[in-house]
Design a protein around this ligand. Structure first.
Ligand SMILES: *Cc1c(COP(=O)(O)O)cnc(C)c1O
Length: 414
């Protein structure tokens, strides 16, 4: 009897599973909300939170109208006239995977520009779908340059180039993105661009720069909730998807199937309705503010915070010319554990910032609602006082004064 059930398998050791001892959620959540000043998720505006509490029929006419209006706002935020813009039920990584899995397959060649954790993730995903992946990797803390990409194309042929605009893991900006995209296009390659932290926090112009697949998440630059992401495909990218030798192995992330919902309002899978509504409100606020003012707010906020951190005596990880404003990486002073500092900051000040993936830094987010003056003073004070608690000599008042001076140089910063 090859398939005889073995009584010693753990599942047979006990009878019924008892009801677990219950704790109401309030007993777990902090009594006072914690200010999220890390690398995401970020605080959400009230309108976004309210929308996130609503469920409507995902196939009804109301939803159809929501999707139609949402796509118009997405096109503005991405600066594109592309027809194929869609939401993805899942984290930003799912949107990354959707771009990768639809544009790459076995036999395709991918040039992965690797500046840290997230750009490397695109490369891993490309390998996962069987593409032949070549990595270009500058020194840690440095961006990838158009020259590096030209050199790669001089000695190889690639179907797709993947990169991040802003590398959240170390705080580096790939400022040469437009030139990199042009180089890729000259060599007949498509570009997949991760704009998770940069979209709406700094210029990212899909059409003008000739980007082919641009992705973003909800919980970073857009100040919405995690779990619903966005991707836009250029006409060139869509042609490549339509001419695939076979459909992608992913069913949920098949762009052609997804387009049935986002383009024709036919059923694909049940759309994450509350998250889509939340994104609607987040995008409406982006449109109301206007991209230029929003970029300006982020730049002033981040530069002022950076001035505050440095005036206090902390050192920033990335050189000013390569620095991403949307996430600021702060070098850990010697002999202090970032884990201790972060945990103290959370308990004592109800402010959280992020650790890192292996680098000796902590990271402060400057995305969406994080870029408000009340949040800046709070995070700067909490950071300074927490480091000081662990023996780091810092002039916290000098930092706060520098923040105040930098912010008030620009009028009407809120
Ligand atoms: C946060 C982040 C991601 C991943 O987002 P998830 O929602 O965690 O999947 C990808 N790329 C960048 C640049 C990010 O900052």
């Amino acid at each position: 009897m090859a398939h005889a059930l073995k009584p010693d398998l753990p599942v047979f050791r006990q009878g019924k599973i008892p009801v677990p001892e219950l704790k109401p959620l309030d007993a777990i959540l902090p009594g006072e909300p914690i200010l999220l000043m890390g690398a995401g998720p970020v605080p959400i505006p009230h309108a976004v939170a309210r929308a996130n509490g609503v469920v409507i029929n995902h196939m009804g006419e109301t939803m159809e109208q929501v999707v139609r209006e949402l796509k118009r706002m997405v096109r503005y935020a991405f600066q594109t006239q592309a027809d194929k813009v869609m939401g993805v039920g899942g984290p930003a990584s799912a949107a990354m995977e959707m771009a990768v899995a639809n544009l790459l397959w076995r036999g395709r060649k991918c040039l992965c520009l690797k500046t840290g954790t997230f750009s490397n993730r695109l490369g891993e995903m490309a390998k996962g779908v069987g593409a032949d992946v070549t990595f270009v990797e500058p020194e840690t803390g440095k961006p990838v340059t158009a020259e590096m990409v030209r050199r790669a194309f001089a000695s190889g042929k690639y179907d797709v180039v993947t990169l991040v605009q802003g590398e959240t893991s170390c705080g580096v900006l790939n400022a040469e993105l437009p030139e990199i995209a042009r180089t890729a296009q000259e060599h007949g390659a498509l570009t997949i661009v991760d704009a998770v932290v940069t979209l709406s926090t700094m210029p990212c112009e899909m059409d003008r720069w000739g980007l082919d697949a641009v992705i973003t998440g909800g919980q970073k630059g857009l100040s919405s909730i995690p779990g619903v992401s966005l991707v836009a495909f250029s006409d060139r990218a869509w042609e490549a998807i339509r001419s695939r030798p076979e459909p992608p192995a992913h069913w949920c992330l098949d762009a052609v199937r997804a387009q049935r919902f986002w383009g024709e309002h036919q059923y694909h899978y049940t759309a994450p309705v509350p998250g889509v509504l939340a994104l609607y409100e987040a995008l409406r606020l982006v449109c109301e503010e206007g991209l230029e003012s929003r970029h300006q707010r982020h730049r002033v906020s981040s530069e002022s915070l950076q001035a505050g951190l440095e005036s206090m005596g902390l050192k920033l990880f990335v050189a000013p010319e390569h620095r991403l404003n949307s996430v600021v990486a702060v070098k850990m002073p010697p002999d202090v554990s970032s884990k201790d500092v972060l945990s103290y900051m959370s308990r004592k000040f109800h402010v959280e910032i992020s650790g890192s993936f292996g680098l000796d830094v902590v990271r402060i987010g400057q995305m969406g609602e994080q870029c408000r003056s009340h949040n800046l003073f709070k995070v700067l004070y909490a950071t300074g006082m927490s480091f000081r608690h662990f023996g780091v000599k810092l002039d916290v008042s000098a930092g706060l004064a520098a923040l105040e001076r930098a912010l008030t140089r620009e009028q009407e910063f809120e």
